[in-house]
Design a protein around this ligand. Structure first.
Ligand SMILES: Cc1ncc(COP(=O)(O)O)c(C=O)c1O
Length: 424
């Protein structure tokens, strides 16, 4: 049997695994999970093809995915890494690289929201900078009205987070950044596909980051991306991803001429890490990008349905609205229970969990209320009242490509049942 023939036989077998009908949905019995893996037969065969070819470390497929993703976001460059956390680390490593003319000096401050994922914050500290936490609005995104007053002589960057598919007011953030000469790193790990006035989140700042963890809009199992329009930043990103060596750099020949006694294959010019993805992940990414718009469409339809279903409870629940001029990419479905509600978040989450609907708090909540904050060197600008509310009163359930009509109706009916019980 020839190799091609063997691969096509494997492909037939793999297809069987992914072609089986979705099992019957039984409300209250079948789980409504937070996420459901979005990959199928094509991604698996692509990965097997990489394994069989023996080219498994970062190569052409990663490069192809980087170009497709950069085009999608609407920027010139994409650099894939092994996670969204690593993407944040790369972005901040670039900005503090001693070889970068406009580098941010150690000890400088970076303004970021108090509500986010933990690894928006840690990389700021990892590169010797200090996070300054600003409150969020009722839509979970950084409150842009509170940014100016957080700026000091030490502020050198803003790291806004587009939370849960909801792009933040990035245009105002860019204006503030320009007025104060600050870098902007958009943490877009939860929101690629979102748009502000027709322009994609992740294309506004100097740098942006994305995550392809299994529960995100698309998945490479684990994976992340750094995007930029700036070639110089892109060249520094390559150093940060791979040991600080010159191998992937555009001007590597020129650099190596200055060091004739060092083998250019092992020539190191700055400090870096090993944050490379594998070829299997790159292959996944290529196929996932063919599906991203369909996935977002399903997520948006689900969110519209739930927003309509729960509108009548708006005295007690804050729902995730879509602001005028934006496209929300609906990472999940968050709800905040208003302080006047005659029930607690715990009661509501427990009720839904009993109905087999998986729930979670909104990410790390208010990071300064997490025990880890005791070992973080940070500053708080203003009060964090909304972040405190999110920490205690907000939660989310899953909204993804595998949630169809039956699942979303079960979720809506369950919340309706809970509200009827509590509102008497
Ligand atoms: C806002 C935000 N930033 C960063 C990350 C880190 O991404 P990863 O899990 O791929 O490391 C996440 C993860 O979900 C996130 O939600």
């Amino acid at each position: 049997m020839q190799k091609d023939e063997a691969l096509s036989k494997i492909s037939e077998i793999v297809e069987v695994y992914f072609s089986s009908q979705k099992p019957e949905f039984i409300p209250g019995v079948t789980k409504v999970p937070l996420q459901y893996p979005s990959y199928g037969h094509k991604e698996v065969i692509e990965a097997i093809e990489s394994l069989l070819s023996t080219w498994v470390t970062m190569g052409k497929k990663v490069g192809q995915f980087e170009r497709i993703f950069a085009d999608y976001i609407g920027v010139k460059y994409g650099l894939m890494v092994n996670s969204g956390s690593s993407a944040n680390l790369v972005a901040l490593t670039i900005l503090t690289n001693p070889l970068f003319r406009n580098r941010i000096p150690k000890g400088s401050e970076v303004i970021t929201p108090a509500i986010t994922w933990a690894t928006t914050v840690y990389p700021i500290l990892n590169v010797g900078l200090k996070p300054v936490f600003v409150d969020v609005g009722t839509d979970y995104d950084i409150d842009v009205n509170k940014i100016e007053s957080a700026i000091t002589d030490k502020t050198k960057a803003i790291m806004p987070v587009h939370m849960m598919g909801n792009p933040c007011d990035i245009k105002t953030i860019m204006e503030i950044a320009q007025n104060h000469n600050l870098f902007v790193v958009e943490d877009n790990c939860e929101s690629y596909g979102a748009e502000v006035d027709g322009k994609k989140a992740g294309s506004f700042g100097n740098l942006s980051t994305s995550s392809f963890f299994i529960s995100h809009h698309i998945t490479t199992i684990e994976g992340g991306m750094v995007n930029t329009n700036d070639e110089e930043l892109f060249e520094f990103a390559k150093q940060a991803r791979t040991f600080g060596w010159i191998r992937d750099l555009k001007n590597k020949e020129e650099i190596s001429k200055s060091y004739p006694n060092i083998d250019p294959r092992f020539l190191f010019i700055s400090m870096g890490y090993n944050l490379r993805p594998t070829e299997l992940q790159g292959g996944f990414g290529i196929h996932q990008m063919a599906k991203i718009e369909e996935f977002i469409k399903i997520r948006r339809e689900n969110a519209d349905f739930w927003n309509k279903s729960f509108e009548k409870f708006s005295d007690y629940l804050t729902l995730p609205q879509e602001r005028r001029g934006i496209r929300h990419s609906r990472f999940c479905y968050p709800i905040t229970i208003k302080p006047n509600a005659p029930f607690t978040r715990k009661e509501m989450m427990e009720f839904l969990e009993n109905k087999k609907i998986e729930t979670r708090p909104v990410m790390a909540g208010n990071i300064v209320e997490q025990p880890v904050s005791q070992v973080l060197d940070y500053r708080v600008a203003g009060d964090l009242a909304n972040s405190h509310l999110v920490m205690n009163n907000s939660f989310f359930f899953g909204n993804h490509q595998n949630i169809g009509k039956e699942e979303r109706e079960h979720v809506a009916n369950s919340i309706e049942e809970f509200m009827k019980l509590k509102m008497v």
